[in-house]
Design a protein around this ligand. Structure first.
Ligand SMILES: *[C@@H]1O[C@H](CO)[C@@H](O)[C@H](O)[C@H]1NC(C)=O
Ligand SMILES: *[C@@H]1O[C@H](CO)[C@@H](O)[C@H](O)[C@H]1NC(C)=O
Ligand SMILES: *[C@@H]1O[C@H](CO)[C@@H](O)[C@H](O)[C@H]1NC(C)=O
Ligand SMILES: *[C@@H]1O[C@H](CO)[C@@H](O)[C@H](O)[C@H]1NC(C)=O
Ligand SMILES: *[C@@H]1O[C@H](CO)[C@@H](O)[C@H](O)[C@H]1NC(C)=O
Ligand SMILES: *[C@@H]1O[C@H](CO)[C@@H](O)[C@H](O)[C@H]1NC(C)=O
Ligand SMILES: *[C@@H]1O[C@H](CO)[C@@H](O)[C@H](O)[C@H]1NC(C)=O
Length: 604
């Protein structure tokens, strides 16, 4: 008995299986047979990418809803192939050799998606498009269409029109008029458009317009004024160099504007007018060297601003004013060396600031809390700058900072506790082989080892000679000693003074160093280097007695000579004395200038 059970069960299964099969094929004439050599999946008939020797089937099944005929070198289509396809909605004809929009028979009026990309179509013909009464998506990318005339499009319910990579050099005014009540997405990238007239884009429902990789150099005022629903505009890689005042006026719902890889030289309120809803502005890879004052005023909702790879050398006071909701600011890969006090004022919601690959040095070395306005900042990128020293003031106020990247700066000194006020720090990156491993740096290996955050600290000593090349973590505590002072130390500070208009004024500043590395001198007025100033420098050797014996010290004196001072000479003067081991900054001495008649008043 027991042994006969399994075969009987098997037989029962086999019967059920056969019955099922019969039901499948038993639906008789309505069966969804798939024509050879195509493949079918539900309502899709895929006759794309036929192999050599294979030909299209003579009949496409009537039930076809989606048909793929792509990648077949088709040059002509026999319209009778489609004459019974009353259910056809989507047809892919991309990557063939078609030279015109094909005739798809009497049921073309049911087609909603027509993909004709990568063919050889040279013109858009109103007559050829007229049968497609239900068409919503037309892809004509990668063809040879040279122009769009007025009258090219019949009235169609088209929502998506893709014309990337054609040879379009002109768009006739009114050419999109028949699509104006439906068009939502228009792609015209990689064409030859150089002019866009003011009436071309009168498309009240258009949400996305792409014009990248064309030849537009100038955009006139009101060019886009008839696009009230537009949410994004791409105009990358156009050689754009002139954006006239009001050129984006009317785009009051636009959220994303991409203008990367152009030749824009400045940002001004004039061309940003009307962009009330703008959230993202991409301006990387231009030649922007100036941000005009109040430039951002028209864009109160901006949350992401990308100015990377431009020619900015200065970030002026309030240069980012009116950006109270800005979240990410990228100024990497510029030439920034000057950051004014208050440059970041108002950026009270900034979470990420990218300043990598600039020429920043004294901002970090000498300024008092350059980032102190950024109390929500989480990420700060400062790699690849010219930062030689980090002080306690460098990062003050950055209470929320989590990631700090200082790698690829030849950092020589880091003041004790320079990072310790950042209670939320999770990641610190540092790699330098220039450290001055003297008693001042003793704290660093201990502090780093105590941290629980992720750190990528690759730091080795350049000085003293004995420790050269050693990782700072391999130096024993007793080896961090202060026997010399190779970095210049200011010994005489310039003095605050007042002078009569027309007088000659001098400021004097001295520094000493135990190194014979060549010294350079600079004077700054209100943080800006005085390039053409009259400066006299002197050096004299001095022998200095100390606990460790006598050392030879070189003392340097630099004198700034101001002749015939004007009221405009007033300001705060500072000397900067640098050598291989870093820069020292004097205190700032104030100059006040009086007129002869004014003296009495001052005394009063
Ligand atoms: C296809 O078009 C015909 C006539 O144009 C119409 O009667 C039919 O309902 C349409 N079929 C579908 C599935 O839309
Ligand atoms: C609009 O479509 C109609 C017919 O569909 C056509 O005759 C006319 O020229 C088109 N107009 C424009 C401006 O394209
Ligand atoms: C735009 O900038 C590129 C690279 O910076 C330059 O080669 C080109 O000549 C500029 N074009 C114009 C029109 O200024
Ligand atoms: C800014 O643009 C550059 C170049 O297009 C890109 O690499 C970078 O990631 C962007 N920055 C941000 C913060 O997205
Ligand atoms: C930082 O590290 C990279 C390799 O990770 C190295 O090429 C570079 O020279 C280092 N920079 C300094 C300043 O040590
Ligand atoms: C550390 O720095 C040295 C010298 O700059 C470099 O050769 C090495 O590749 C760096 N190591 C890491 C892990 O970055
Ligand atoms: C300032 O210096 C100039 C040039 O040396 C000299 O001619 C002039 O007399 C000086 N002026 C005063 C007020 O000393």
């Amino acid at each position: 008995m027991r042994s006969s059970t399994p075969p009987r069960t098997f037989a029962k299964f086999a019967v059920v299986f056969l019955l099922l099969l019969r039901v499948e094929s038993g639906s008789g004439t309505n069966a969804r047979t798939c024509p050879s050599p195509c493949a079918c999946l539900r309502e899709l008939v895929d006759c794309g990418r036929l192999k050599r020797g294979q030909t299209l089937p003579a009949v496409i099944p009537e039930w076809t809803v989606e048909l793929d005929l792509s990648h077949n070198k088709l040059q002509v289509l026999d319209s009778t192939l489609f004459s019974k396809l009353q259910h056809l909605k989507e047809i892919k004809l991309n990557h063939n050799g078609l030279e015109e929009i094909p005739d798809l028979g009497p049921y073309a009026s049911n087609i909603t998606v027509l993909i004709l990309a990568n063919n050889k179509i040279t013109a858009i013909s109103e007559a050829q498009l007229r049968p497609f009464l239900a068409l919503e998506t037309l892809d004509l990318s990668n063809n040879n269409v040279g122009e769009i005339k007025s009258g090219s499009f019949p009235a169609l319910p088209l929502k998506n029109l893709f014309l990337n990579n054609n040879r379009l050099s002109s768009l006739e005014p009114g050419c999109f008029t028949n699509l104006s009540s439906s068009l939502q997405v228009l792609r015209l990238n990689r064409n030859r458009l150089s002019n866009i007239g003011p009436k071309i884009f009168t498309l009240p429902h258009l949400q996305h317009l792409e014009l990248s990789r064309n030849r537009v150099r100038r955009v006139d005022g009101l060019t886009f004024q008839h696009l009230p629903s537009l949410r994004s505009l791409k105009m990358q890689r156009n050689s754009l160099n002139r954006l006239m005042d009001g050129c984006f006026w009317g785009l009051s719902n636009m959220e994303v504007l991409q203008l990367d890889y152009n030749n824009l030289t400045e940002v001004s309120k004039g061309w940003l007018y009307g962009l009330l809803s703008l959230q993202q502005l991409h301006l990387s890879h231009n030649t922007i060297s100036k941000i005009k004052s109040d430039a951002w005023e028209p864009c109160p909702k901006l949350s992401e601003l990308n100015l990377s790879s431009n020619h900015l050398s200065r970030l002026d006071e309030s240069g980012f004013a009116n950006l109270g909701v800005l979240d990410r600011l990228d100024v990497g890969n510029n030439r920034v060396s000057f950051i004014a006090d208050g440059a970041f004022r108002g950026l009270s919601n900034l979470q990420m600031l990218d300043l990598q690959n600039n020429e920043i040095s004294w901002t970090i070395e000498d300024m008092n809390g350059p980032f102190s306005a950024l109390d929500k900042l989480k990420k700060l990128f400062l790699q690849r700058n010219q930062i030689r020293s980090v002080t306690k003031k460098s990062f003050s106020g950055l209470d929320a900072l989590q990631h700090l990247d200082l790698s690829n700066n030849a950092i020589m000194s880091i003041q004790a506790n320079a990072f310790s006020q950042m209670k939320n720090l999770q990641e610190l990156r540092l790699n330098t082989s220039s450290l001055l491993c003297d008693c001042q740096l003793k704290w660093l290996p201990i502090w780093v080892a105590e941290q629980t955050f992720l750190y990528c600290v690759n730091a080795s000593c350049a000085h003293p000679q004995m420790l050269q090349g050693r990782s700072v973590f391999a130096v024993r505590q007793e080896e961090f000693v202060c026997e010399d002072f190779p970095k210049p130390q200011i010994t005489v500070q310039p003095e605050t003074q007042s002078a009569l208009k027309g007088a000659n004024v001098t400021f004097v500043c001295s520094a000493a160093s135990s190194s014979d590395s060549p010294m350079t001198f600079a004077w700054k007025k209100d943080n800006e280097v005085l390039n053409d100033a009259e400066i006299h420098n002197q050096a004299h050797l001095r022998v200095q007695g100390g606990a460790g014996g006598e050392t030879e010290v070189t003392e340097y004196t630099t004198t700034l000579q101001l002749r015939n001072v004007e009221f405009s000479s007033e300001g705060r003067y500072q000397c900067v004395i640098s050598n291989h081991f870093g820069s020292s900054y004097s205190t700032k001495a104030r100059l006040t200038v009086h007129s002869e008649f004014g003296v009495g008043c001052v005394i009063l």
